[in-house]
Design a protein around this ligand. Structure first.
Ligand SMILES: NC(=O)C1=CN([C@@H]2O[C@H](COP(=O)(O)OP(=O)(O)OC[C@H]3O[C@@H](n4cnc5c(N)ncnc54)[C@H](O)[C@@H]3O)[C@@H](O)[C@H]2O)C=CC1
Ligand SMILES: O=C(O)CCC(=O)C(=O)O
Length: 401
């Protein structure tokens, strides 16, 4: 079921959400450390502000393009609606391979992005956050640049900032830890037990905190991959040791755990685990490989890891898919807490953050469960139906006469 088919609920909101509200493209002249200029393509899309200011991360990746940014912004629209947040959906991107940039070049790029898109973003208009290859440092530089351009401190314009600059305790962990809250909710319904194993693709911000939460709760992660390769161990990988390796700039394959098997990254799709957790990039499960994935559940932490044409193949094999806009909503929920705190000049402690995070996530999961029978058991369709229900309410007040 495509998102648009799910959208076609008979309400005018389907037509309204057919195209993004605005997508701004720019070319950024990045000055390199040796004085040369490299031109980089960049975008910011505000897909819909029906429910509030647009919200969504900024991705730095060599393959990002306008279509991908718009699709990601559409998913943010659905995610914020599903999570019950007063936000619309947006997303940004720069086509760049950050492994080729120094720290000072990354800082110049972050500031350049803000100077280019100054009129698009703003605390009541469009509020960016981290995504692939951006994190607290990029948000700090961006917030500082925006504040400089506006002539006053503007912390509520970006979320995912360092705590010392108005960031939220627990935002860094929120996507992964929130994902585990959703995982536990569905584990009960799908009869998963601690004997079931997990394979995690990617070991960045989102994957790391999911893996730590899952292993703390007693699950075994038997395979992990990153952009350099895959490791596996049938008794379970030592996640804390892998975190230490990554913190020193290594890749998962550099772990020194004994009897670990190494393979190329793509092999994670063939690893025999009960649950496959894509937590890196989109489109990794496609019509070509969907029938060979040896799992019972796909738990989508990445945005869009399963291509639409693969959904039907997975369904025909009784593989359950827990969809991205629910599984990874913890990040934007924490961003909402950070944003409200910045607007009001208030701080939240870790317990308050966990409480609000769980409350919104479980609320979204329950709204999904309420739709599952109308969606004939299709959880992806159910999350879209729950999101569209909320969008339709605002749409009908504003536009239906
Ligand atoms: N950071 C956040 O708050 C949120 C992130 N997400 C999504 O989660 C996914 C991961 O995001 P982050 O963890 O923030 O990014 P990140 O940049 O921290 O980590 C990305 C990870 O993916 C790995 N990777 C890249 N190419 C790979 C490949 N071909 N095979 C295996 N691993 C590969 C990298 O080595 C790295 O470990 C993305 O799809 C993002 O949109 C979704 C919601 C919120
Ligand atoms: O925290 C945010 O505002 C958005 C995070 C994000 O980009 C996502 O959920 O995909």
């Amino acid at each position: 079921m495509s998102a648009y088919e799910a959208l076609d609920s008979g309400s005018g909101v389907a037509e309204f959400l057919k195209y993004p509200k605005e997508t701004v493209a720019a070319s950024l002249p990045l000055r390199r450390d040796d004085g040369r200029i490299t031109m980089l393509k960049a975008w910011r899309c505000r897909y819909s502000d029906l429910l509030g200011p647009t919200k969504g991360g900024i991705r730095f990746h060599q393959a990002v393009n306008a279509d991908e940014v718009q699709t990601l912004a559409f998913w943010m629209t659905m995610k914020c609606a599903l999570a019950g947040l007063p936000f619309g959906g947006g997303k940004g991107g720069v086509q760049v391979d950050t492994s080729q940039l120094s720290r000072t070049e990354k800082e110049r790029l972050a500031r350049l992005y803000v100077s280019q898109f100054e009129n698009v973003i703003g605390p009541r208009r469009d509020i960016p956050a981290p995504d692939v290859a951006t994190g607290a440092a990029e948000m700090a530089w961006m917030m500082d640049e925006y504040s400089r351009l506006q002539g006053r401190l503007m912390p509520a314009t970006f979320t995912g900032k360092p705590i010392a600059l108005g960031g939220l305790v627990g935002r860094t962990e929120a996507t992964g830890e929130g994902a585990f809250m959703i995982f536990e909710y569905f584990a009960r319904q799908l009869n998963l037990t601690k004997d079931d194993t997990l394979a995690v693709q990617g070991f960045g911000n989102a994957a790391r905190f999911f893996a730590l939460a899952a292993t703390d709760a007693g699950y075994r992660i038997t395979a992990i991959s990153d952009s350099s390769g895959m490791i596996s161990h049938e008794e379970g990988l030592d996640i804390k040791a892998i975190c230490n390796v990554k913190d020193k700039g290594g890749s998962v394959a550099d772990t020194d755990q004994k009897n670990v098997q190494k393979a190329v990254g793509q092999d994670i799709l063939k690893h025999p685990a009960t649950v496959f957790v894509p937590a890196a990039l989109g489109g990794v499960v496609n019509a070509g490989n969907a029938k060979n994935i040896p799992c019972k559940v796909i738990f989508e932490i990445a945005n869009g890891p399963v291509k639409p044409e693969a959904d039907a193949i997975l369904e025909s094999q009784d593989i359950h898919v827990i969809p991205d806009i629910l599984a990874n909503a913890g990040g934007v929920i924490a961003s909402y807490i950070e944003w409200t705190g910045n607007l009001r000049g208030e701080q939240h402690d870790r317990d308050q953050v966990s409480y609000i995070l769980r409350d919104h996530l479980i609320g979204a999961a329950k709204r999904t469960s309420e739709m599952v029978s109308d969606a004939k058991g299709d959880i992806r369709k159910a999350v879209y139906m729950a999101a569209i229900k909320r969008l339709s309410q605002s749409y009908s007040v504003l536009y239906e006469i």
